[in-house]
Design a protein. Structure first.
Length: 304
């Protein structure tokens, strides 16, 4: 348990302690993070290839993914809808023309193709000499170090976060409603409650949830976690424009941690620039909480 938490939290904390004032270096880090995500997903595909009788597990992967996606989506949207009702109708400024959904969906399709590529390459590798677990661990630590630097240099300060009550409220509602959905999914699948809570804590951060859950519970459930959070991102892209005008909390919150990066352009174009600080605060809080919550819940099932 403790070694797993150290692997995640130590590089994240170290990265967050590194200030960076050079825009060229920040740009390089942003590009490196994108490339590292592809590498980790490729290694996840290789891990899947090493699973005995993989074809018999595909049904499990998609069943787990769909059940958790359905339960978490329903609970998220219900909780965020109640938040909007409590806040009253909030009119944002008119956004810019919508981004092409096809281009965004194509980006997500590439991620799936990377995993499939790793799966195909893994058929030709010998698990006895190709230490995919060790490589994934080192790649994850490097990714988290870079993400920590990104978070430190994202422009968000503690004062800005604490003063944005709407963004904090969205993050809290997403976390709690996701846990409810995760518990419901675990009950339907006859899984330990702690596993359901871990699945629910990814909040759309597919590369992180997939590799952390895969490391603790195996590549089959790790792949299910990846697909669950990736599908959440795809659904967010599709529903944000429709929800933004009448239910802005639903539009901002459903994307989870991606509200501060991947889905942020869609949110800005649908709701205007006034939505951006709220989305960044919500995504920032969920990004910081994700690895801690996932590892914390997984440690409950490991018995310490």
């Amino acid at each position: 348990m403790y070694s797993g938490m150290l692997i995640v939290l130590l590089p994240l904390a170290l990265g967050y302690c590194i200030p960076c004032r050079s825009q060229s270096i920040v740009h390089f880090i942003n590009v490196a993070v994108a490339r590292m995500v592809y590498l980790i997903l490729f290694l996840m595909g290789i891990s899947l290839a090493f699973v005995d009788n993989l074809s018999t597990h595909l049904g499990t992967i998609f069943t787990v993914c769909l059940v958790f996606l359905g339960c978490i989506t329903l609970c998220n949207l219900a909780g965020l809808w109640l938040l909007d009702v409590r806040r009253g109708r909030v009119e944002g400024e008119r956004g810019a023309p919508a981004l092409s959904k096809w281009s965004l969906l194509l980006d997500s399709a590439r991620l799936c193709l990377v995993i499939i590529g790793g799966l195909l390459v893994g058929q030709w590798l010998d698990p006895q000499w190709f230490a995919v677990d060790t490589l994934s661990e080192w790649a994850l630590m490097l990714l988290l170090l870079l993400i920590g630097i990104q978070l430190r240099n994202s422009g968000m300060r503690l004062r800005q976060i604490l003063l944005n009550r709407w963004g904090l409220a969205i993050a809290l509602v997403v976390m709690v409603s996701s846990w409810v959905g995760g518990l419901a999914g675990a009950w339907l699948l006859d899984m330990p409650a702690s596993h359901g809570l871990a699945f629910a804590s990814g909040n759309g951060w597919y590369s992180l949830s997939g590799i952390l859950i895969g490391d603790q519970l195996g590549p089959v459930l790790g792949s299910a976690a990846f697909l669950n959070d990736l599908a959440r991102e795809l659904v967010a892209i599709l529903i944000i424009p429709a929800l933004m005008r009448r239910h802005p909390s639903c539009a901002i919150g459903y994307g989870g941690a991606t509200a501060m990066d991947f889905t942020l352009p869609v949110l800005q174009r649908s709701g205007g620039v006034t939505i951006v600080p709220v989305a960044i605060v919500s995504g920032f809080v969920l990004s910081l909480a994700g690895p801690v919550l996932i590892l914390g819940f997984l440690s409950l099932s490991s018995g310490g």
